[in-house]
Write a protein that binds this ligand. Structure first.
Ligand code: NAD
Length: 488
């Protein structure tokens, strides 16, 4: 058994939040075993009891929202008000998952078809047993809750490996569920680094719900492939914003700067690239700068956003700014001097070449690239050229839905930003390097179950073909029937 530990601390002040064990593979195995027993107990409770326990848990989290927001702020460096917003979103999802699980997953009768009219047919949704959740640090409550709430509501137990930057938030979360469900360990946390996550992927969990970078998702997928373990991959993004000439420019600028820079730009669905139509480009850039000028990072309550949670990410942000400028990007606001560790001040760069890493790779900082296009078709083409395809945002008074329908990505917010995160009934996830599978909504519940088809004989069939006693007459009747049914 490992006795090694690691420390999590406030990214700006360095204040130690806590010291946590590094869970080794043997301990991971044992945890998953106890979770499997917990899952049996949980499934036997039935839909109604599970719903009421999850809602009681949600009420407890709501009562403790200030406490948990403080903890999120301490480990990530984000302002408490942002942490509270994050907790509010997580609470909304837990409530939705609890209330809708039975309706979405509670059995589904299917028509058997004419040839099989003597059979009853239904599809059961079966929980996997134990779900392994691996989470990132940028939204340490909201992001894993997108898997945890839906997995639990579907009847699974969860073993959660949080980011090494935010273990205290995870442990707090699991301790609150233990208060409501003291009987079994329904949500267990295993703290540690990548190796602990890898051990979870190799363990006997039924499915992995991974949220993190694309590079790590590929490693996780490779380990899951060893045992054909299914996984959900919620990865990075390079979200595009399309601003059409008929957009409400002031609102588009205000919300786009928020989407790019809130949480210090550390959002998988952050606005990273803007494509604005030429006739309104200058005005959009002016309005965006006006908004960004008012922002100030820091660690007090008045700060617009906090420090970079992971110090090494600042090197990437700095490299992207440098590359954009070197390749001819035009600095509208800030520049290399905006990097003042552990903070990055707002940076706006215009006319950035499409092959700059600032346009192709996830920056994850409070920076935004704004490029001018001659048409909406060009904006759509460039948006879709990215190897990522997580979210997008479209600003147009008359063509928003039409533009949205042409975007190759998992989620689109029209005349709004991030809106799909707060609508619990719609799925969240991406395509391409942004991953596969979905959390949230009915699709999110379905992800944590597998389909079991049950087809049962209700009465003696007029024609029996699953028998060695099949006659020539039966064969010719089947042939005639098939012709009538499908031959025209
Ligand atoms: P990361 O990939 O570094 O780590 C994610 C988690 O994986 C951590 O818990 C980490 O310890 C664990 N891990 C690392 N190596 C592992 C391995 N070999 N096997 C198993 N687990 C391993 O990501 P991060 O820096 O924590 O988070 C930031 C990234 O997450 C960004 O790319 C962001 O876009 C993405 N993200 C995506 C979503 C989404 O829903 N699509 C949401 C939030 C964040």
């Amino acid at each position: 058994m490992s006795t090694e530990t690691f420390v999590s601390s406030h990214p700006a002040t360095g204040h130690e939040v806590g010291r946590f064990p590094i869970t080794d593979s043997e301990q991971v195995e044992r945890t998953v075993e106890s979770a499997a027993n917990a899952a049996i107990w949980w499934q036997a409770l039935g839909w109604k009891a599970r719903e009421s326990k999850l809602l009681a848990w949600n009420a407890l989290l709501t009562q403790r929202i200030d406490e948990i927001s403080e903890l999120i702020s301490n480990e990530t460096g984000k302002p408490v008000s942002d942490a509270r917003l994050e907790a509010t979103l997580a609470i909304g999802h837990l409530s939705w998952a609890a209330k809708h699980a039975h309706k979405v997953l509670g059995g589904d009768a299917r028509p058997p078809g004419l040839l099989m009219a003597n059979m009853g047919a239904r599809v059961d949704r079966v929980p996997f047993g134990v779900i392994g959740v691996i989470g990132p640090w940028n939204y340490p409550l909201f992001t894993p809750m997108g898997s945890i709430a839906y997995a639990l509501a579907a009847g699974n137990a969860v073993v959660f490996k949080p980011s090494e930057y935010t273990p205290a938030v995870a442990l707090y979360l699991s301790s609150t569920l233990s208060e409501i469900v003291p009987e079994v360990p329904l949500l267990q946390v295993i703290t540690g680094h990548g190796a602990t996550g890898q051990a979870l992927c190799r363990s006997k969990v039924g499915k992995i719900a991974f949220t993190g970078s694309t590079a790590t998702a590929k490693k996780v997928a490779a380990v899951c492939a060893e045992s054909l373990k299914p996984m959900i991959a919620e990865c990075g993004g390079k979200d595009a914003v399309i601003v059409a000439s008929d957009a409400n420019l002031a609102l588009a600028a205000e919300q786009t700067v928020w989407a790019a820079m809130s949480n210090a730009g550390q959002s998988c669905i952050a606005a990273e690239r803007v494509y604005v139509e030429r006739s309104v480009a200058a005005e959009f850039i002016r309005l965006s700068s006006q908004v960004a000028e008012t922002l100030k990072p820091g660690s007090d309550a008045k700060s617009s956003y906090g420090a970079a949670t992971m110090a090494s990410q600042i090197d990437i942000v700095e490299a992207h700014i440098k590359d954009a400028i070197t390749r001819g990007g035009r600095l509208v606001m800030g520049g290399e001097e905006s990097v003042q560790r552990p903070y990055v001040y707002p940076v706006i760069i215009a006319d950035v070449p499409e092959d700059s890493i600032a346009m192709t790779e996830e920056t994850f900082g409070p920076t935004i690239c704004i490029n001018t296009v001659d048409s909406i078709d060009e904006a759509i083409r460039l948006s879709n050229e990215s190897r990522y395809g997580l979210g997008a945002s479209v600003w147009s008074k008359h063509h928003g839905d039409e533009i949205a329908s042409k975007l190759h990505c998992g989620m689109v917010s029209v005349n709004s930003t991030f809106a799909f995160t707060a609508v619990a009934s719609v799925p969240f996830g991406g395509v391409g390097d942004s991953g596969y599978g979905r959390i949230h909504g009915p699709e999110g519940l379905l992800e944590f179950t597998f389909a079991r088809s049950v087809v049962s004989r209700r009465f003696k069939p007029p024609l029996s073909f699953t028998t060695f006693k099949r006659t020539a007459k039966t064969d010719s009747t089947i042939k005639r029937l098939v012709k009538i049914l499908h031959g025209r």
